[in-house]
Each structure stands twice: as C-alpha cells, then as structure tokens.
Design a protein around this ligand. Structure first.
Ligand code: ADP
Ligand code: ADP
Ligand code: MG
Length: 472
C-alpha cells in the first residue's frame, strides 16, 4: 500500500483526499501558493509546502511538484480535478521518476482527454457517438461543409476543453462563421490548444454520466449513473444519483456501455463516461473524464463505495474489491454546488471574507468544503465554495432534505447560489423529475426570487450581531 501522497490540488477536493488518506493510514502532503496560505487543506494535511507567490502557477508546475514529491519521500501524487488532473505530461513525468500517479496511464489520458481522439476510440468500441467532424477542423470552410452535412444546430467545441468552457452552439452558417475564431481564441487562452471540432447539437438533452472503476488487472465495473442536467452555460449546478429520469433498462444499458468503453481503452482507476440522452430516448457518448469528478460524492452516497479510497487502492496495484453484482444502490442523492456568485447579478463572482459559517447537518447531509468562519475567498480560483450532498430513500424525501439542508446553512459575508437553488428545488418540473439541460434558461423567473430575508436568517444575523457586541 502507498505510504505518503502529495495532493496536487487545493480547496475542498484536497481536503477530501486528505480525509481519505487519514482513514487509510497514509501521510498527506499539501501544496499551496501565497493566495492559499490560510486555506483549510494547508491546515488539515500532515505536511504543507508553499510552491509559489503567484496564485495559480505553482499548482501547474509539473517538475516542481514531482521534485517536491520525491524530496518529501512521497510514493504517489493525487491530482484531484481541474489543474493537472487530465495532463498526460504530468502522469508521464510521475511515471519517469517512479512516483505513482493516481489516475490512468498517460496514453489513456492523452487519448480520452482529446475529445476528437476519444470520439474515434468510442466509435471503434461500438458506442453511439454524436454525428460530427471526423477529427479537428482545419478552417472555417471545412466547418461549414461538415455542419451542412450534419445539419444545424451544431456545437462547436474545443478539442481539449473542460469545465463547460470553449463550447458554442451555432444555429446556422452565419453563426458558425461568427463563432469560429472566438472558440479558437477561447480554446487557446483556456486550454493552450487551438484545436476545435464540431458535432450535432442534441437539442435540450439530458446529461447522464456513468461512474466507472477499473483496476490494473482487467476488471471494470460501473457505480450507476448521475444526472447532471441542471446546468447553466454548460456548467453543472445540481447533480443527482441515480437519475430519476431513467428506467431500469436504460440504466443497465448505459452502465454496460460505460464499462465497454473503459475496457476498450485499457482504462484503470476511476473515470466518468458522459452521455447525452435525446428526447427520443437515444444515448450518445459525449466525453470521458479521466479523473475524479466534482460530483463523485453522490455516487458514494447511493453505493457506499469510497471512490477516493478505491482510486488509491487501484493506483497501488490492488484488485477491485467488488464485482458488478455486489454493487447495489440505495435511494437518491443530490449535490448542490454552492458557488460564490450573485444569481441576481448575472452570477457575478463574489469574493471576500466569510464573516460567519455554520455547516448544515442532521441525517443524510454531508458537506464537502474548505471554507470556515473568517476565511477570505480569493478571486483567483473557481467560484465553488462548498458542496452540499443530501441523501434519502425517495426522490421526494431527497428534495425535502435538500431544502432543509440549504435553510440549515449559515453562510454570511458573500453572495451565494443558495437562494436560487431553493427556487429550483421547489419547481414542479424538478419535483416531477422532468428536466433537461435547457431548464435554467427556460426558467429565468426563478432567478428573480424575492429578496425578503427569511425569518431564520434574520434571527441568525441578529444573534451574531448581539454576539459580536457582547462577546457571548
Ligand atoms: P466535473 O466534470 O467534475 O463535473 P467541472 O467540469 O465542473 O467538473 O470541472 C471541475 C473543475 O475542473 C473546474 O474548476 C474546471 O474549470 C476544471 N477543469 C475541468 N476540465 C478542465 C480542462 N480541460 N482544463 C482546465 N480546467 C478544467
Ligand atoms: P466539458 O468538457 O466542458 O465538460 P462537455 O463536452 O462535457 O464539455 O459538454 C458540457 C455540456 O455542454 C454538456 O453537459 C451539455 O450540456 C452541453 N453539450 C455538449 N455537447 C453537446 C451537444 N452535442 N449537444 C447538446 N449539448 C451539448
Ligand atoms: Mg463534460
């Protein structure tokens, strides 16, 4: 088993990995840049090292990270999500220096991280893939020709994109011409690659993804699906496991496809196969994420499998502990991404000091976060502050629990997406489990909720004012 792991990440996912290490008796090493000096992951790890003044660069410095891991006696690196997690060069650099990279082999990352190569590999493996360009597009003329053949609307996408960025829908030739250079420049800036491709736009699809686990001994299983259809601008806001919009036959079908996909590319470790489901009931492969996902939590809740622990065990060369038959699920789980954004102001990022934070609790509630009272949210990173994960036996009970948990939180000093989520949870279409990726855009009225503070919020503010004056 591994003895000491360097966590090449920050924030809640670094804390999540530190917790898994602690439970497994593995020492954890955190890294931070100056902007993160007071971050929770720095305090929680067994050891912490500053890796730069500039806020972001240190988290992306492959050689400095591998050097640090070696000099501190680490035998593995966990990359988390974002940053270097899907960087094949990082995985390669680890391999060359005999550090275990907690993820799949560099060749697999390279293949699946490139969306056009992944489309090829999945077509070859027999998965249904959205119609689109053979490979990357050479120029706008080629784009126009392919789009004509595929039929509008189309999606123009950055080949190495992620995090919902570098994607534009184009409804006609004019829009495609207009967007072409924009997507290229977005892709270059965000992902350091100018490559783009296009595929048919599935209008108002459901986003259904399957969690897979595969070991280095040829075993692969799935842990059921997640429904991530509640999105804004192609970015996930609320995730649900299992999807309340699938029947059992559909569930078995995509679970099987995902395992087939993992086996076809020689996958090992945790991964996610993302599909779009159209309104005629057809599934299309969209992409594979070769890392742990933000929403792995809800799968943990319904299956009882600790995905980070499994990642570590698989990377250490152990065999999967479960066969497919042994994986069962129970009830539903919802994750709400609490972002530091002002929904009423076009989701403008909100930074600054968290003057008071009280985590929600009670049965079936889990909070993964790196915030605490007095923490100052820096402006340099992702706006996700916390993940509130609730689970219960039925869909109805899970929604009720989510509402209760959101009202239970105390989070003051900055604006968050909490009030907006309360609106979504109370919407009949959400409650009847009838929604797709167009939900947020279809319901702009949910953003214009009343600003009137709830009585319990008033009481809480009042008590903190009294406390700060009386010292009680
Ligand atoms: P998930 O796919 O796990 O649901 P997101 O798509 O929200 O999660 O991405 C999680 C984080 O990783 C975000 O901070 C996002 O910006 C970042 N990220 C994802 N893919 C990439 C990529 N290809 N390049 C850079 N950052 C990425
Ligand atoms: P990322 O790597 O940024 O996660 P994805 O390829 O997974 O990018 O797409 C992100 C989101 O964009 C999807 O969840 C979906 O809502 C939307 N999307 C992507 N491709 C299509 C498509 N062909 N048709 C309709 N929606 C799409
Ligand atoms: Mg995706």
């Amino acid at each position: 088993m591994l003895r000491k792991i360097l966590i090449a990440n920050r924030g809640e996912i670094a804390v999540r990995i530190i917790r898994a290490c602690a439970e497994m008796g593995i020492r954890s090493v955190a890294i931070y840049t100056e902007a993160d000096r007071y971050s929770l992951h720095v305090k929680k790890a067994d050891e912490s090292y500053c890796i730069g003044q500039e806020p972001l660069n240190g988290y992306l410095n492959i050689h400095a990270l591998v050097d640090l891991a070696i000099s501190r006696g680490c035998d593995a690196i966990h990359p988390g999500y974002g940053f270097l997690s899907e960087n094949a060069k990082f995985a390669e650099a680890c391999k060359e220096r005999n550090i275990v990279f907690i993820g799949p082999d560099p060749e697999v990352i390279l293949k699946m991280g490139d969306k056009t190569q992944a489309r090829h590999a999945m077509t070859a493996a027999g998965l249904p893939v959205t119609p689109g360009s053979e490979g990357n597009l050479d120029d706008v003329d080629e784009a126009l020709t392919v789009a004509e053949a595929v039929g509008y609307p189309i999606m123009l996408k950055a080949t190495s994109g992620g995090g919902g960025r570098g994607i534009r829908r184009c409804d006609n030739a004019q829009e495609l011409t207009h967007n072409y250079d924009r997507v290229i420049s977005e892709a270059t800036k965000a992902f350091g690659s100018a490559e783009v491709f296009l595929e048919k736009c599935i209008v108002n699809p459901k986003h259904i993804e399957v969690q897979v686990l595969a070991d280095k001994h040829g075993h692969a299983i799935h842990l059921y699906e997640r429904d991530c259809s509640i999105q804004r601008r192609n970015q996930k806001l609320i995730e649900i496991a299992p999807s309340p919009q699938l029947d059992e036959a559909q569930r078995q079908y995509i679970g099987g496809l995902a395992v087939m996909a993992a086996k076809a590319v020689g996958y090992s470790n945790a991964g996610t196969v993302e599909f779009l489901l159209d309104d005629t009931g057809r599934f299309y492969f969209m992409e594979m994420n070769t890392r742990v996902q933000v929403e792995h939590t809800i799968t943990e809740s319904i299956t009882g499998v600790d995905i980070i622990e499994e990642q570590i065990r698989i990377a250490a060369g152990l065999e999967l502990r479960h066969t497919q038959d042994e994986i069962t699920k129970r009830g539903y789980s919802i994750q709400l991404r609490i972002n530091a954004e002002d929904p009423k102001n076009n989701f403008l990022p909100s930074f600054g000091k968290i003057t008071r934070y009280y985590a929600p609790g009670g049965p079936g509630v889990r909070t993964d976060t790196a915030i605490y009272t007095g923490y100052v949210v820096p402006p340099y990173f992702d706006s996700m502050l916390a993940k509130v994960i609730v689970s219960a036996a039925t869909w109805h009970d899970t929604i009720k629990r989510a509402e209760r948990a959101l009202r239970d939180i105390g989070l003051f000093g900055i604006k968050t997406t909490i009030p907006y989520y309360l609106q979504i949870l109370s919407h009949p279409e959400f409650q009847q489990a009838d929604f797709n990726t167009g939900f947020v855009e279809k319901h702009p009225e949910l953003i214009n909720y009343s600003n009137k503070p709830r009585p319990e919020v008033l009481a809480s503010v009042l008590s903190s004012v009294i406390a700060s004056h009386t010292g009680l």
